[in-house]
Design a protein around this ligand. Sequence first.
Ligand code: SAH
Length: 356
Amino acid sequence: MLHLLDQSADALRAWFTGHGEREYRAGQVLKWLFEKRASTFEEMTDLPKPLRDALAADFRIFASSIATHRHAADGTEKLLLELADGHRIECVLIREHARRTICISTQVGCAMGCVFCASGLDGVVRNLTTGEIVEQMLQLARLLDADDRLSNVVVMGMGEPLANLAALLPALEIAASPTGLGISPRRITISTVGLPPAIDRLTADKHQYHLAVSLHAPNDALRNQLVPVNKNIGIQEILAAADRYFEASGRRLTFEYVLLGGLNDQPSHARQLAALLKERAALLNVIPYNPVAGLPYQTPSEAARERFTEILTRAGVNVQVRLRKGDKIDAACGQLRRSLVQQAAGVSQPVTPHRA
Ligand code: SAH
């Protein structure tokens, strides 16, 4: 059985012509999948029954099953999907005013090793396929009312998106395509730890996606501690690659900064960060640390957070504090998967280790 969502439009058209059918049938299937959110071929009633049966014999639409589905009071919903090989990934639907944003994963686990992040604590298992990335979008779209549509995609779930560009880019093309989800590329954000060669590839390919770079520290000594892959890269290289992306795309950059109490939240850090960012047309997204069970980090006090952001704002940096959505359902990347693995292993911990 082939995973339907892993097939390119060309491959799908070729399947139909190989079965003595016209190519436009491929478009009908896509319409059923992305517009009408069908989950079976049986539902695709404008296809002849023998054709539906032939499709069902060769393809499965969803290769994953929903292992856990959580709802938060703020309208956020989180799915833990079990893939065909038993590995689990997370994806989230965030409802905010008219926006319907989904947060999707690109890898099982993560190799970057950011010390405060639940996703990478056990390293990376494998890259997701294009179909597995698209499937998260469809599973989340199916949670919406029929007349509601996804408006934004953030690639901020488990994994490092730029370490799996080969699968991610075709998936985002489907997200942006009028025959796919029809989401403007400008409403698609790729969040990266900062891998310059891969950022340069996005630049060269002239993508219009919004780029968010996870900085988390204003100097290499501290960033090497918090984001271990930085040892081989360095902040200046990352900023230079991000600048090239900005120049080529005209898209304002976002920098993310997880605020860890006592570690990277001091006034001296804010001043150094301001020096790095103030000349750039960039938005700084400050994210208070979302506690991960078993990790020793602290969410900074509100006073520390305000002191930090005020220094940056005064220096002319455009700062936004990202309020947590769905933290009662472990919505930060990698947390739900981890809390369920730990529960299964008998590690006692509250489901929401929330210290803020
Ligand atoms: N690998 C990509 C996408 C990861 S997740 C990246 O590094 O950007 C998206 C954001 O969530 C990143 O900025 C990541 O550092 C942040 N994050 C991870 N764990 C967190 C936690 N426990 N609390 C708050 N933010 C966290």
